[in-house]
Write a protein that binds this ligand. Structure first.
Ligand code: FES
Ligand SMILES: [Fe+2]
Length: 416
């Protein structure tokens, strides 16, 4: 029998205007990953950085990353939130070492250069030398060695950052529908952080963002969703894709009557025959939303996912840490003024999501299944043709339109 040398098989090229065939090498190619960090994360996009609620007081800071680049966000003495590279201007050491804190000055541990909260270099240890000898030369100008600023904006209690001064304003970037749904999810009152966790995923960052946009999988992979009828493809709902393709919202309305037989006829494990809840109060919810929508999943390219499942609200941050590794930071939120009962209900429903959530735990594994399976597979592409080949908003959900939207935006930024 003739052998088949995978190493020598030709890589499929991107086809013009085709968002339905995705070469598998884009999830594992190291050079492509470096190009993404440059052209996407440092490009004209808004990256989610933190909740404004994490910086309640002047001097409060939070460290995070844009792509793999450490940044810090700090609320100044004037109450304004600013962002900087988390990097000392002297020799480049990490400036803030803690995930969060509160300071009057930002002082580097290495040689104690210190900066005010607007990023100005204020103090250089031994600037005039010691015992009258050494020190900085006369032409050393502190005003030229401040922290590197990044663009920062706030929307609906979320703080975003960008490396690109030419990035559009946040509402233009999001488009009207994404704005509308972000306001729906988060805009009722100031947010309150009620929990957080970080999940390490053994897959390329794109596989997670695609997974979030892939509504098709949700009621097939996630037995809990389907078995307990929180979500079925036959339920009333739809997918909104922004004009750029970058962002999406999927929404649905739980319905005890619709979409039942579709699953039984298709040999799908998630029908979950034989599974039942010992404590059905796990799913108790409070009627909070006026529009009947019970599941809203929303992505903001390239690093943010907003999820509202009944009273469980989460702000998820996607951070690539290597070509085949991704951190997913979960922020579980409620609102200032929530009753104790509402907070309890949110906390209980949060068992559905997070790293070991009854619904979302499979998402932590499935990207790794892809990553493991595509090793050495240079000659093949994935197929994203459910619902046709368009990138468009639809009022049904048996479609991969929003995944194709991702590739439209991605290819535009990457120039491929
Ligand atoms: S590297 Fe920060 S003070 Fe030297
Ligand atoms: Fe999922």
């Amino acid at each position: 029998m003739e052998g088949f040398d995978l190493e020598l098989a030709a890589r499929p090229a991107w086809r013009h205007g085709d968002y339905s065939h995705i070469p598998f090498w884009v999830y594992s190619d190291a050079a492509n990953y470096q190009a993404e960090l440059r052209d996407i994360y440092k490009g004209p996009v808004w990256n989610y950085l933190c909740l404004a609620a994490e910086l309640p007081g002047n001097g409060d800071y939070k460290t995070t990353k844009i792509g793999e680049t450490p940044v810090l966000v700090v609320r100044g003495e004037d109450g304004v939130v600013r962002g900087f590279l988390n990097r000392c201007a002297h020799r480049g050491a990490l400036l803030c070492l803690e995930p969060r804190g509160s300071v009057k000055r930002l002082t580097c541990v290495y040689h104690a250069w210190s900066y005010d909260l607007e990023g100005n270099l204020k103090n250089v240890a031994f600037e005039d030398g010691a015992d009258g000898r050494g020190g900085m030369p006369d032409d050393f100008d502190k005003s030229r060695h401040g922290l590197r600023p990044i663009e920062v904006t706030e929307f609906c209690g979320l703080v975003f950052g960008s490396f690109d001064p030419g990035v559009p304003d946040i509402e233009t970037y999001l488009g009207p529908e994404s704005v509308r749904f972000l306001k729906r999810a988060l805009g009722k009152a100031p947010l309150k952080l009620i929990g957080r966790s970080t999940q390490v995923m053994h897959n390329n960052w794109k596989l997670y963002l695609e997974n979030v946009k892939d509504v098709y999988h949700a009621t097939i992979l996630h037995l809990f969703f389907t078995r307990f009828r929180l979500n079925r493809l036959g339920h009333e709902g739809g997918i909104i894709v922004s004009d750029s393709g970058a962002h999406h919202v999927s929404y649905s309305k739980m319905d005890a009557e619709r979409g039942n037989q579709d699953y039984a006829s298709q040999d799908i494990r998630s029908t979950g025959e034989g599974f039942s809840l010992n404590d059905p109060s796990l799913l108790d919810s409070i009627d909070e939303w006026e529009d009947g929508i019970t599941v809203q999943i929303q992505s903001v390219f390239p690093s943010l996912v907003i999820q509202v499942i009944q009273n469980s609200i989460a702000v998820r941050q996607i951070l690539p840490t290597a070509v085949d590794r991704t951190d997913l930071n979960w922020n579980f939120v409620g609102f200032e003024g929530d009753s104790e009962e509402m907070t309890r209900t949110r906390v209980k429903l949060n068992n559905l999501v997070g790293p070991s959530g009854y619904i979302s735990l499979e998402d932590g594994a499935i990207g790794g299944f892809v990553q493991r399976a595509i090793r050495g597979v240079e000659e093949d592409s994935g197929v994203v043709r459910m619902g046709g080949d368009d990138v468009t908003t639809v009022d049904y959900r048996a479609t991969e339109t929003s995944v194709r939207g991702f590739w439209k935006m991605y290819r535009g930024l990457m120039g491929v």
